[in-house]
Design a binder for this molecule. Structure first.
Ligand code: ADP
Length: 431
């Protein structure tokens, strides 16, 4: 390397050694002359090294020693490296500060957790909504501070696709939506939102539906009663018979809708999981079969297959209503010469109840929406068969309360299969 520092050093050393040699020759000891010069040179190098080390130990870049030759180049390089590092550090710090400031100002709460669900950081909104006190809460497990059972179950469950709604511990009026978003190496982000307004609107909607259905029930009973009495009157004008029959049919339909709406409201207002009453599914299926065969119109074949003797643990009335709805649909949407089959079986995943029909089937685009209220593939046909469009919504709610799920398989003009899946905790094996 031929940098100016090296050249300068080489020239200096050569001159000094030459001078030492000349002086040594003059006094008759050339080796001593050279040794003195070498000793001086070495001492100077050591001195430079000591100054450099002192400077580095002091950690004050502005006090850089003023050294000549390669030592000066070395100092300049260290200064350059240091400044470059400082520049990047400042830039990163600025970025981090801006990021923190923006998340702190977010209207939603954010809590960062480590894989053990211990709090690493939270913003101001999260502290306000969840009642965190400050730095002292960092390092604590989040379940120790947010103790609502729904949330504790949610954190431990590990299934974070949907948020969980809880009442605030500080004000029971306030509703919070908490959603966990996993990121990085097992780290978790908790997003906290105040959903009090949405919860209040939802409660108003439920109350309205429940009250309206309740209020409609009594006038409907009166109208149906009078229509029944009038149509049985032997003196009635025969021309009125057809309209009277139609009025009776429509009032029965309305009664059906009101009953379904009331049942849905009841299901929605019952909090928590369904109780664990033991239900004999085989007996329930036999009864549903009998009820179906007792109808004036029913599919030609109604089969029952109880492949398991396990009891289902749930609320009997609700399970009865859900299964009856599925059987009713299978009968409604099947031709008179069709077949309906009910089956109950268990496996390692849990218990399953299916209703299969050989009816009209459902086009794939309708399947995801069938459990919405009032959703009907063919509204005209459903009305003609007395359908309210609420049956499958009821089934879905009942299953939710039992920790279960509904699956639907169907092929147009071949038939459908509706299966209720229950978790293994809802089963009791019989000997
Ligand atoms: P509805 O009272 O109209 O039967 P449901 O909520 O029970 O209401 O069902 C919603 C819609 O799903 C029905 O209108 C019908 O179009 C369709 N559906 C339900 N079950 C069947 C079935 N077994 N076969 C064909 N279509 C069905």
């Amino acid at each position: 390397m031929n940098s100016p520092g090296w050249l300068q050093l080489l020239v200096r050393w050569s001159l000094a050694l030459a001078l030492g040699l000349v002086v040594g020759l003059m006094i008759g000891a050339p080796a001593a002359g050279l040794a003195v010069v070498l000793a001086y040179g070495l001492a100077m190098q050591l001195l430079n090294l000591v100054r450099l080390l002192r400077w580095l130990q002091a950690d004050q870049i502005e006090l850089a020693p003023d050294l000549a030759g390669p030592w000066g180049v070395l100092v300049a390089m260290i200064v350059r490296l240091y400044r470059r590092k400082q520049f990047h550090k400042q830039r990163l710090l600025r970025l981090l500060r801006e990021l923190r400031r923006s998340t702190a100002a977010m209207p939603d709460g954010v809590v960062v957790l480590n894989p053990q669900a211990e709090i690493l950081w939270f913003n101001r909104t999260a502290a306000r909504l969840l009642g965190f006190r400050g730095k002292g809460d960092v390092g604590l497990r989040i379940e120790n501070l947010v103790r609502q059972p729904e949330f504790v179950r949610y954190v431990r469950g590990g299934e974070y696709a949907m948020p969980v709604i809880v009442r605030s511990a500080m004000s029971g009026e306030q509703h919070l939506s908490l959603q966990i978003v996993p990121y990085g190496a097992g780290q978790l982000l908790v997003l906290v939102r105040d959903v009090t307004r949405e919860a209040r609107l939802e409660a108003m909607r439920k109350d309205f539906v429940a009250n309206a259905s309740h209020e409609l029930r009594s006038p409907l009973t009166v109208i149906s009663g009078y229509l029944e009495t009038i149509s049985q009157d032997p003196d009635i004008d025969p021309a009125l018979m057809a309209p009277l029959q139609e009025m009776r049919r429509q009032s029965q339909r309305m009664t059906g809708i009101v009953q379904d709406l009331l049942e849905l409201s009841r299901l929605e207002s019952s909090d928590g999981d369904a109780p664990m009453q033991p239900i004999d599914v085989a007996a329930l299926m036999a009864q549903l079969r009998q009820d179906l065969l007792a109808r004036r119109q029913h599919p030609a074949r109604v089969q029952v297959a109880a492949d398991s003797g396990a009891l289902l643990l749930g609320e009997e009335l609700q399970i009865h209503s859900a299964f009856a709805n599925l059987v009713d649909n299978a009968a409604k949407y099947s031709p008179p010469d069709g077949a309906v089959q009910m089956r109950w079986w268990t496996d390692e995943e849990g218990g399953h109840f299916s209703v299969t029909d050989s009816g009209i089937g459902i086009a794939p685009e309708h399947i995801p929406r069938l459990t919405e209220r009032f959703y009907r593939v063919d509204a005209g046909r459903s009305r003609a068969t007395g359908g309210s469009g609420l049956g499958l919504a009821i089934v879905k709610h009942v299953l939710q309360r039992h920790g279960g799920q509904l699956s639907i398989e169907s092929e147009e003009s071949r038939g459908s299969r509706f299966t209720c899946h229950f978790p293994a905790e809802r089963l009791r094996k019989t000997a």
